[in-house]
Design a protein. Structure first.
Length: 238
């Protein structure tokens, strides 16, 4: 069962309250019309696993606000909480035992995301520095080296809401926008130079002309944090 199917299953099998969480989080996920979009999911993971996110029409970042002392203190508190919470996850097997699962564990990626579905769902409602949606690892000969974490927020979150979670004077949240997914019939031989997270198609009109399905935004807002780095610039690297 793919990631989309797992979230749907969670919605069906949990109770009313958990169902509400799942519904809110489900609204953040791309909802392709067919399971054949496995290639798109893999491309999304590869795109988000880049060491530094590229600049293109599909990536939108929040506007950096002027420096503020209260914001700086708030951000430092977040880093301290996150750093303490992540120490045990330096052993990736502990992370797996606590519900973090790797995307494409066999793939050659610059970075690997281990995601906790439950924390992702709850994160759409509340920001908890000690419970990131994903852990960011680098593959090593011995296993995985923990680098940082990724937080998510609802795709409907306003700049003010994102700022309350992590100050926009310190960090930049990002979102994946204007994504054109290919027609189902083209799945075996998709031209990813045109479709997907790095494709040339970036408007609804062009997407319709190519027979694709247009998504104004895929996933919620995201923020990477590297709490073991020494400088603020590297801790909040985009």
């Amino acid at each position: 069962m793919g990631r989309f199917g797992e979230v749907k299953s969670l919605f069906i099998t949990t109770g009313l309250v958990s169902g509400l969480f799942a519904a809110l989080a489900w609204s953040q996920l791309p909802q392709p019309p067919s399971p054949v979009y496995g290639d798109a999911e893999r491309q999304a993971v590869r795109f988000m696993s880049a060491g530094k996110l590229p600049s293109n029409p599909h990536l939108q970042g929040t506007t950096r606000r002027p420096p503020d002392e209260a914001d700086r203190r708030h951000a430092e508190e977040i880093v301290l909480q996150l750093r303490a919470a992540l120490k045990k996850y330096k052993d990736y097997r502990v992370a797996e035992q606590e519900g973090y699962r790797p995307f494409l564990p066999g793939a050659e990626l610059p970075l690997h995301h281990f995601t906790n579905d439950r924390f992702s769902l709850i994160g759409s409602l509340w920001f908890r520095p000690s419970k990131p949606a994903s852990l960011i690892y680098k593959k090593t000969k011995q296993g995985y080296e923990l680098l940082g974490a990724l937080f998510t927020a609802s795709q409907f979150a306003t700049a003010a809401e994102l700022d309350r979670r992590v100050p926009l004077s310190v960090a930049r949240w990002h979102a994946h926008r204007n994504i054109c997914m290919p027609p189902q019939s083209d799945s075996p031989g998709v031209d990813w130079t045109q479709f997907g997270f790095e494709g040339a198609i970036a408007t609804e009109q062009d997407c319709a002309g190519a027979g694709g399905t247009f998504y104004p935004q895929m996933f919620g807002w995201m923020l990477r944090v590297y709490p073991f780095e020494k400088s603020q610039e590297k801790i909040w690297a985009h």
